[in-house]
Design a protein around this ligand. Structure first.
Ligand SMILES: *Cc1c(COP(=O)(O)O)cnc(C)c1O
Length: 731
């Protein structure tokens, strides 16, 4: 149980709080009131964090549920409390509002804000069909279907009530200008999830806007169901408006005064159009004349820009929204078109509005997500290069460190405070290392057995499903006797992330003959575990996924059964957590420099698991001259870097070859020199946990926000910030 052992006895009736927007379960009234007061203060001393997706599934991190279980609280004689408790303990826990790293990062960030008591809230959309659920058939590849879930049945979601008529849900009205001067007001309801601190003494509310209402117009409803629905460019544009245009109305109707809006990627950037429009109306009157000049518009933009902090997450084209001018003009306000013409023009194509360019122009701070990515971003956007700083990503250590590893840290005297201070790993004294090493090895073995058990159970259920359905099991091993399935203790390498072509999931299978020869020559068994989803409209991504399936039998046969490649369908945070703790090495094989940061490798590092990675994204900072893992492949200067995602420009055979040259030394060490292998794991704890945690990252963001914090919180933030300075030149 990933919990501090010193928490005082819990009285569940004290965990009910309420205000004019409803009754909530999870924190005390006092905590609730403190948070609400911080978000409504007249000084505007708080942040609204805006993200298209938020991944914070309570099935991987659930401090309150752990505590209730630890204290054996499972029912109450008060019927109302009992109903809340039953729903909380046994209700479905998934909130499928994320597609990958961007959303998981958002969730991890909010958890760290909560742990460090930062006055912040988050805004996102609620997707009643989630992103999508993945079935995998060995002949067909990925099959996607709508995710089945209901916010109504989810215990950690609360629908806000209308203070005027509490038996009705709160409805807010969001302006959409579809070419008219006066807006159409579209209704949305609001769900709140509390991102509760590990110690239950603070929370960050996440507001999810639900536009799927029975009387919503069709054009809204078709855009509301599914995250990153790409059926048409209009649906995509509408989704962006549904996020960006709702920010000010949501803050207004709840009375929040946030002085800073943090755009986690540019998806919500239309909020800037509304801020500028408001500014023009305030200066020139409600129906400001068409005679205002371009300079008036630019001056208004300049005045609102101090409210915006912007994080750019990728150099890859698909991450940046461009809309044809005529398409977007048809759905916007006349004044918006003028703002867009001045501030969203695209350097390459005059016929498009570029939302990344707009986000670059209207803000008080821009950050990239690693040092290398900062240099790439400067190269991509030279006009803003003076403004672009690095804040390297992190992960929430309390979420991603496995229970077995947590027990191991709890037993180590110098790590007693690891939950509150991920920096404490820097200074493990030498005399503690032997004991920590053997405890870590035990925990690792346990996590490996859990993972292998999970896979073998999956293979069994696929085999049974095959008899009952038309699905061909995704894994070749399902067709073999169970004795040929996975064994714990066999070197297991993991790869799991979205299937985008630049991530090159298939890289290490470029030459299966060569790979097999390495295993056969030394009689080394190896498990290759792969998972991930391709966006339903990403045909090349789905093709790579299918290639992975197709490679399974060939690898098995050519390596005489030593190489076992397994695909785990339905990648989510739960599978991620099992994998990053249970494998022996984490593989990352993107085309440098297209992986801006990557965070799954950090989750592995949190558990001591070494990375084997291309020198890209965070690994440039986490590699520490080989003390923490291995590098391979092209690492030429960014200035000459080719940012193309063309299949021909992906450097497959060069980088694959570098992997084959490296692999024997990794396997040799694992099988013949386990102490040396373990030393690399310990180095990950010592060198990487203190850097790649979201407490440190949040502390760097908070510097951009310019918040006034109470002295104790400020101290904590300063301490985390002193762990690492992302903004430092490379090499
Ligand atoms: C961490 C995580 C990711 C991000 O992985 P990258 O290696 O950064 O691409 C994607 N999906 C899930 C479910 C994750 O937990």
């Amino acid at each position: 149980m990933n919990l501090p052992s010193t928490t005082a006895h819990l009285h569940p009736e004290e965990l009910i709080s309420s205000n004019r927007f409803g009754t909530f379960f999870g924190v005390t009234q006092q905590v609730f009131d403190t948070v609400w007061k911080n978000l409504t203060n007249s000084a505007g001393n708080s942040v609204a964090y805006v993200s298209m997706e938020i991944g914070a599934d309570p099935d991987v991190f659930h401090p309150l549920k752990d505590l209730l279980e630890q204290q054996n609280i499972s029912e109450s004689s008060d019927p109302k409390l009992n109903a809340l408790l039953q729903k909380y303990l046994y209700g479905p826990r998934k909130i499928p509002n994320y597609s990958g790293g961007l959303g998981v990062l958002a969730g991890d960030t909010l958890k760290s804000f909560a742990d460090t008591h930062i006055p912040a809230l988050a805004i996102s959309l609620l997707y009643r069909e989630g992103y999508f659920s993945q079935i995998v058939d060995s002949k067909v590849g990925q099959i996607d279907h709508a995710t089945c879930w209901t916010p109504e049945g989810t215990p950690t979601l609360f629908q806000l009530r209308d203070p005027q008529s509490p038996d009705q849900p709160l409805t807010i009205a969001i302006p959409f200008y579809n070419g008219q001067h006066k807006p159409t007001l579209i209704k949305a309801q609001v769900w709140m999830k509390m991102e509760i601190a590990g110690r239950l003494d603070y929370f960050v509310p996440e507001f999810l806007l639900d536009y799927s209402l029975p009387d919503a117009p069709v054009w809204i409803r078709e855009s509301a169901h599914q995250l990153y629905n790409a059926k048409s460019i209009i649906i995509k544009a509408n989704q962006r408006r549904m996020l960006g245009s709702a920010i000010l109305p949501l803050l207004d109707s709840l009375g929040f005064t946030c002085g800073t809006i943090h755009l986690n990627e540019q998806h919500g950037v239309t909020v800037s159009l509304h801020l500028i429009l408001q500014e023009l109306q305030n200066t020139f009157g409600e129906t400001f004349p068409e005679t205002i000049t371009d300079d008036d518009v630019l001056a208004a933009a300049e005045r609102v820009s101090h409210k915006i902090v912007y994080t750019i997450h990728t150099p890859v084209k698909a991450g940046h929204d461009r809309f044809a001018r005529d398409v977007y003009s048809a759905i916007s306000h006349k004044a918006f078109q003028r703002i867009l013409n001045l501030l969203a023009h695209d350097e390459e194509t005059i016929h498009e509005y570029n939302f990344t360019a707009m986000a670059m122009r209207i803000n008080r701070a821009i950050n990239s997500v690693s040092r290398l990515h900062r240099d790439v971003t400067k190269k991509q956007f030279p006009a803003f290069s003076h403004k672009i700083k690095a804040i390297t990503n992190g992960v929430h250590h309390l979420t991603w460190i496995s229970e077995n590893r947590a027990c191991c840290f709890d037993q180590t005297p110098s790590l007693q405070n690891w939950r509150d201070d991920p920096g404490c790993f820097v200074s493990t004294p030498n005399h503690e290392l032997p004991l920590l090493a053997s405890a870590l090895q035990d925990a690792w073995n346990r996590d490996n057995r859990l993972l292998i058990g999970y896979i073998n159970a999956m293979l069994r259920s696929h085999r049974e499903e095959m008899v009952e359905t038309w699905i061909d099991p995704p894994n070749y091993l399902s067709s073999l006797p169970e004795s040929d399935w996975l064994q714990p203790g066999v070197f297991t390498i993991g790869f799991a992330r979205r299937f985008s072509t630049y991530k090159r999931a298939d890289l290490i299978f470029d030459d299966i003959g060569r790979l097999s020869d390495i295993l056969i020559k030394n009689n080394w068994p190896v498990n290759f575990l792969f998972a991930g989803k391709a966006h339903p409209a990403d045909e090349p991504g789905k093709y790579v996924l299918k290639l992975i399936l197709d490679n399974q039998e060939e690898l098995y046969q050519r390596s005489n059964g030593l190489g076992k490649l397994i695909f785990i369908p339905g990648y989510d945070m739960h599978v991620a957590k099992l994998m990053v703790a249970g494998v022996h090495a984490w593989l990352n094989s993107p085309k440098r420099p297209l992986e801006a940061s990557g965070t799954s490798g950090m989750k592995a590092a949190m558990n001591g698991v070494p990375n084997i990675s291309i020198m890209d994204g965070w690994w440039v900072e986490g590699y520490h001259d080989g003390q923490t893992g291995w590098k391979f492949g092209y690492e030429g200067p960014v200035d000459d870097a080719d940012l193309s995602e063309d299949p021909d420009a992906l450097l497959y055979s060069e980088d694959a070859s570098a992997f084959y040259e490296l692999l024997p030394s990794v396997l040799g060490m694992f099988y013949a020199q386990p102490q040396q292998y373990l030393a690399r794991a310990l180095n990950n704890l010592r060198l990487n946990i203190p850097i790649f945690n979201t407490h440190r990252m949040a502390a760097e963001y908070i510097e951009q926000y310019g918040l006034q914090l109470d002295p104790q919180t400020q101290d904590t933030i300063d301490r985390f910030r002193s762990l690492y300075q992302s903004e430092q030149s490379l090499g």
